[in-house]
Design a protein around this ligand. Structure first.
Ligand SMILES: [Fe+2]
Length: 304
């Protein structure tokens, strides 16, 4: 039987599995979630003819994966077409239209990720070839502008490296709740994680931002805000929070079969509900320059 044969839409508020006082709802959802959960990144890949115009069959194949794992990799025909219309069209097919125009984004809200020289972007790790620790995107955004959907579209891979690790944030939730529901309780507190202000040349570009790691949104879905970076991140000093964060970091650095790893190839796009991810370091050469487009959305993938 195909692992994706019983798609589930996102949970509703009634009997919400993320309600810490409702063990029965959690147990039922957990069992469905883990039943036939794919353990091979290859199962996430959907080959398509034209990522701009998915057929109904291709669309449903992507959606069913996103319902199960909160992510899918759409693989278009090999090639290095740098047209930004490709990821934009792909996202909009899944209801992803409201782009976050962050500072690094181009005028159209699409961010080009590649190694840059001395301009200001070069002081931000995404625009270098250095590794990036586990995170969800926009963890420093204000609470009302959280990033729910994320699309990473690869125009061309590096000569070496540039691998992404991917982990469904609902799997991270299950891991921690199974260890101790108090870990989740601690990580849902609104002051649990504080990101320091972004100050450049004495000017504050963004104030410090506090917020929860896990939150349940009005549509009943689970959102995660997280960075494994340690520099200046302030965690609540209480014992339970410290243990919860340590447990999460151990899980993220483990060889869990739930952690997928892939080097995105030209024409491949990761579409996801802002799952946890990292990136290994990489090297470009004269003929191989890693270039990705990053599209951050305020919406989740429709129907998940
Ligand atoms: Fe990211």
């Amino acid at each position: 039987m195909n692992n994706f044969s019983s798609p589930q839409a996102g949970p509703m508020m009634k009997d919400n599995p993320f309600d810490l006082d409702n063990d029965a709802a959690y147990a039922a959802w957990r069992e469905r979630k883990l039943d036939g959960y794919p353990l091979d990144v290859g199962e996430l890949i959907v080959e398509v003819n034209d990522p701009r115009q998915l057929t109904t069959t291709e669309f449903e194949a992507v959606l069913v994966r996103c319902r199960k794992t909160n992510m899918a990799i759409v693989a278009g025909p090999a090639g290095e077409d740098p047209d930004k219309a490709i990821p934009r069209a792909l996202g909009s097919r899944f209801g992803l239209t409201r782009l976050d125009c962050n500072r690094g984004a181009d005028d159209d809200g699409v961010t080009t990720l590649k190694v840059v020289g001395n301009e200001w972007r070069g002081s931000y790790i995404p625009y270098t070839n250095r590794p990036i620790h586990w995170h969800t995107d926009g963890y420093y955004n204000r609470q009302e502008n959280q990033i729910r959907g994320l699309l990473l579209y690869c125009v061309s891979p590096a000569a070496r490296g540039g691998e992404n690790a991917l982990l469904d944030h609902e799997i991270a939730y299950i891991h921690l709740r199974d260890m101790d529901p108090d870990y989740i309780r601690a990580l849902m507190r609104p002051e649990v994680m504080t990101i320091p202000p972004n100050v450049e040349g004495g000017i504050e570009l963004r104030p410090a931002r506090s917020g929860p790691v896990f939150s349940v949104l009005s549509d009943g879905t689970l959102h995660m805000r997280y960075t494994a970076r340690t520099r200046s991140i302030e965690w609540s000093p209480d014992h339970v929070t410290q243990k919860a964060v340590a447990a999460l970091n151990i899980f993220l650095s483990s060889a869990s079969p739930h952690i997928y790893r892939a080097i995105m190839q030209g024409g491949q796009g990761l579409i996801c509900n802002n799952v946890l991810h990292d990136r290994s370091g990489f090297d470009d050469d004269e003929t191989h320059t890693r270039q990705l487009y990053r599209l951050r959305y305020y919406q989740r993938i429709a129907g998940t």
